[in-house]
Design a protein around this ligand. Structure first.
Ligand code: GLU
Length: 503
């Protein structure tokens, strides 16, 4: 009997749900379904500082909105739980101990300063920065003494000094990577938490994952994983590294050049099934070359070897074209009406917007002209209006700082937003009204509109952030964009004036 196919997606709950996560989830699901197997959703939350329960919930909600289903996960349970890494620490700890006792891993007491020094020297000698093995041969006595002194330590894996790691990638065939290029990876941090590499291997093994299908950015980590499987005496799963989504200029898909948040597409009025179809279309061509297909149709015909290896370009115009076809060809008119109502043409949404608009209304005809920006993807306005009497460069600076400041907001509510802009006005020594002027244009397309903070709160983080980015993009077309150097110095200035946090 062939073993059951089990795939997984393992997102880290450290930010807004990303289209790249949906892309990986889609192909993991298609593969599992094709082979009558299961897909697991595991939350990789070992980065304590950056992980949050809100982000975890948002990831689940975003995938559910898209129609991606998992068989086991933190919300629905299963036989291989718990499904959050932070609840599996005893499993990780046991294997770290085993590796240390076997002599396959070792304690490292090097200070950050020493590591930085080594890194600098290696860079100066044009060597790949990696750990120099300083603590590799500490004696038991030395280790005990340092532990007694309470010196902090991490645990590192021992990596062969000679030869190469060879593994098979389902898409690329044999991959060979020199062990010399592989760092003595930290597998347990000084706070006792495992790192991604260790936790990922232990959990994939214990969850009986048969196929690891993930982004190609992990290829260079796979030798570490292959080695850990060997050292722990376990069979490694099959690996397939999928090409990453790209911006039109072929760079890795980034929010600077494309909206990357799944909720952006929901809030801007895209259909989830069109979005899923588009994600599928980017990596895969059905045997009959059909462009419109459902998740079921993709799953039925799915063969991982047919995945394209070229970096798929995320093309917003093409997604919109496909979405239009769905509206016209896949839904009947009743269904379109229902979907539109569910989206924003409903009582709840109108009530929220009306609360802001009512003081400014004489007749109902005033409502939509005043509130159009609450129902569109991005308002239209001229760059001259955006700049007004200020310098384009200065407006760029304000928008950029607001973008960074908004990253700090965990709870996207009116009062927090008001506080943020008031604080900005204070630091910039500007009247609030003057400071807000370009933001009115960026968010609502006009200087006279609904109250700004309420609009931003209601629009939500995804649409609002993209509107600021669009405004920055408009300004860059006037030549007011920041050079790399300009951006660095603004960042420095920003850190000292606004506190040290840029996420
Ligand atoms: N937690 C990793 C991520 O956020 C998972 C990578 C993997 O699939 O191994 O992408």
């Amino acid at each position: 009997m062939t073993p059951t196919v089990r795939t997984r997606i393992a997102p880290s709950p450290t930010g807004a749900p990303h289209v790249g996560t949906a892309y990986m989830a889609l192909f993991n699901l298609a593969f599992a379904r094709k082979h009558g197997g299961q897909m697991v959703l595991r939350i990789e939350d070992t980065d304590r500082q950056r992980s949050s329960p809100q982000s975890e919930q948002a990831i689940l909600d975003a995938l559910q909105w898209l129609g991606i289903e998992w068989d086991e996960g933190p919300d629905c349970g299963g036989n291989h739980g718990p499904y959050r890494q932070s609840e599996r620490l005893e499993f990780h700890q046991a294997e770290v101990n085993r590796l240390v006792n076997q002599g396959d891993a070792y304690l490292c007491f090097c200070t950050t300063e020493r590591l930085e020094q080594v890194r600098k020297e290696q860079m100066a000698n044009k060597e790949t920065p990696r750990y120099d093995g300083h603590c590799l041969n500490l004696s038991t006595e030395e280790i005990e003494k340092k532990k007694e002194q309470g010196d902090p330590y991490v645990v590192r894996m021992k990596v062969p000094t000679e030869g190469e790691c060879v593994f098979t990638d389902e898409l690329r065939g044999e991959v060979r990577i020199d062990w010399k290029q592989i760092d003595h990876q930290v597998i347990q941090k000084s706070d006792g938490y495992p790192t991604y590499h260790l936790a990922n291997v232990v959990d994939d093994h214990r969850m009986e994952i048969s196929h690891v299908i993930r982004g190609e950015e992990w290829i260079s980590s796979t030798p570490k994983h292959v080695l850990l499987y060997q050292q722990l005496g376990w069979d490694a799963p099959s690996f397939a590294h999928l090409p990453l989504l790209r911006n039109p200029d072929k760079s890795k898909l980034s929010k600077r050049k494309n909206p990357t948040g799944i909720f952006y597409y929901r809030d801007a009025g895209f259909l989830p099934e069109a979005m899923l179809n588009y994600l599928g279309m980017m990596g895969y061509t059905l045997p009959d070359q059909r462009e419109i297909f459902s998740l079921d149709e993709l799953s039925e015909s799915f063969e991982i070897k047919r995945m394209s290896l070229g970096g798929p370009i995320f093309d917003l115009a093409k997604l919109k074209w496909l979405n239009g076809r769905y509206l016209r060809e896949k839904l009947d008119s009743d269904e379109v009406v229902n979907r539109l109502v569910d989206w924003k043409a409903n009582k709840e949404k109108f009530a929220q917007v009306l609360e802001l608009a009512l003081p400014r209304l004489e007749t109902f005809s005033d409502f939509f002209p005043l509130a159009h920006h609450m129902f569109e993807e991005c308002p239209i306005y001229s760059t001259e209006d955006l700049i007004g009497k200020q310098e384009a460069q200065f407006v760029t600076r304000l928008l950029k700082i607001a973008e960074w400041e908004l990253e700090k907001i965990k709870d996207w509510k009116r009062d927090a937003l008001a506080e943020l802009f008031q604080h900005m006005a204070k630091v910039e020594e500007m009247k609030l009204k003057d400071l807000l002027r370009p933001f009115f244009f960026a968010i609502s397309g006009s200087a006279v509109s609904l109250p700004l903070f309420d609009s931003v709160a209601l629009l939500g983080p995804d649409l609002s952030r993209v509107r600021l980015r669009n405004a920055l993009h408009k300004l860059s077309e006037t030549g007011a964009s920041l050079s790399k150097k300009g951006l660095k110095s603004l960042e420095k200035e920003y850190r000292s004036a606004y506190g040290n946090r840029i996420d």
